[in-house]
Design a protein around this ligand. Structure first.
Ligand SMILES: NCc1[nH]cc(CCC(=O)O)c1CC(=O)O
Length: 322
């Protein structure tokens, strides 16, 4: 019998999704005759304590994960569940992403007080978002909107909307679904016009590289389709050298592509279609490119290359220097 201690931030979303993963892993471990039990351990991170400061000024979203990672290296905890979009590209030596479970809805949504969708929000409505990616795409669709920063966990953002600080806010559908708050959604924003963040809706499960026992279980929990999709998206982000404070969006889907070779072998080949965007935060320029291929890394690199060819680097440098 091995007890796995699962580190978890105190936010409602972190606790809910960690509990969900623990419940999945408990079942999976029983199904495979493995003998694991799990215990959730709350960890208060610096990122949780400085909610009022612009996060980028104090070290970015990496703050949320740093202390959890130290606890993992110190063996105070054995694993942690992260929203993949908040998970740094490079993990500290000794830690790995042991599984990417099946992805939730990757899209963004609008939640408005009046019930009006994005097209019908009143002229000059105040929309809360701190994401440059979201403001860029919002401003491109509705240049009249007044976009203002909003911080905090999803529960406090919803409260700020109710209090009348904003006419609408943008949130990830995945977070609302996981909380059981999907009834709050006014309009789901289609990736056709509004690309989500890289890895949005997916989770990453961090553990120690040398924890072979736990990694065996996490391997079973990994969803290969999601893993391929987020690999394409994260490669794309890596090439553009984007952290979470740049107006970059991406969305990859894996489709079974019947082609001639596949017909011959009766095995459908998998193809990945990735769309990526880079925009100015005022929405005055939005660059989008799509590419389809078989290898996620290649597809990610290709879309990044296409965007760089269209002037993405200039936009990103301008944004960073602001
Ligand atoms: N930016 C914080 C964050 N990190 C992950 C989610 C939602 C869940 C997910 O994308 O997996 C959210 C809230 C949001 O953007 O609405």
């Amino acid at each position: 019998m091995r007890k796995i201690v699962v580190g978890c931030r105190k936010s409602a979303l972190a606790v809910t999704q960690t509990e969900q993963v623990i419940s999945d892993l408990t079942l999976l471990s029983q199904e495979h005759g493995m003998d694991f039990t799990f215990e959730l351990k709350n960890i208060v991170t610096k990122g949780d304590l400085i909610l009022d400061v612009t996060l980028s000024k104090v070290g970015g979203k990496g703050l949320f994960v740093k202390e959890i990672e130290q606890a993992m290296l110190d063996k105070e905890i054995d694993m942690a569940v992260h929203c993949l979009k908040d998970m740094p590209f490079e993990l500290p030596k000794g830690l790995i992403n042991g599984a990417v479970p099946k992805r939730e809805d990757p899209r963004d949504c609008l939640i408005s007080r009046s019930g009006a969708g994005l097209k019908d929000l009143k002229y000059g409505a105040r929309v809360g978002t701190s994401s440059l990616r979201r403001s860029s795409q919002l401003a491109a669709l509705r240049p009249d909107l007044i976009i203002e920063p909003i911080r905090g966990n999803i529960d406090s953002r919803l409260r700020k909307l109710e209090n009348g600080e904003f006419d609408a806010i943008i949130l990830a559908v995945a977070g609302l679904n996981r909380m059981g708050w999907e009834d709050r959604i006014t309009e789901i924003l289609s990736p056709e016009t509004f690309l989500p963040a890289v890895g949005q809706g997916a989770l990453g499960i961090e553990c120690r590289e040398d924890d072979a026992e736990l990694r065996k279980l996490l391997n079973l929990y990994n969803d290969p389709q999601t893993a391929l999709e987020v690999t394409a998206e994260r490669t794309f982000l890596g090439v553009l050298n984007g952290g979470c404070h740049v107006p970059i969006g991406a969305f990859a889907v894996l489709n079974q592509a019947p082609n001639r070779e596949a017909e011959a072998t009766e095995h459908a080949l998998q193809e990945i279609t990735l769309t990526g965007m880079v925009g100015k935060s005022d929405g005055s320029i939005i660059l989008r490119e799509t590419h389809t291929g078989e290898l996620p890394v290649q597809v990610g690199e290709e879309v990044a290359k296409l965007l760089i060819g269209n002037g993405a680097e200039k936009i990103l440098t301008e944004t960073m220097s602001h």
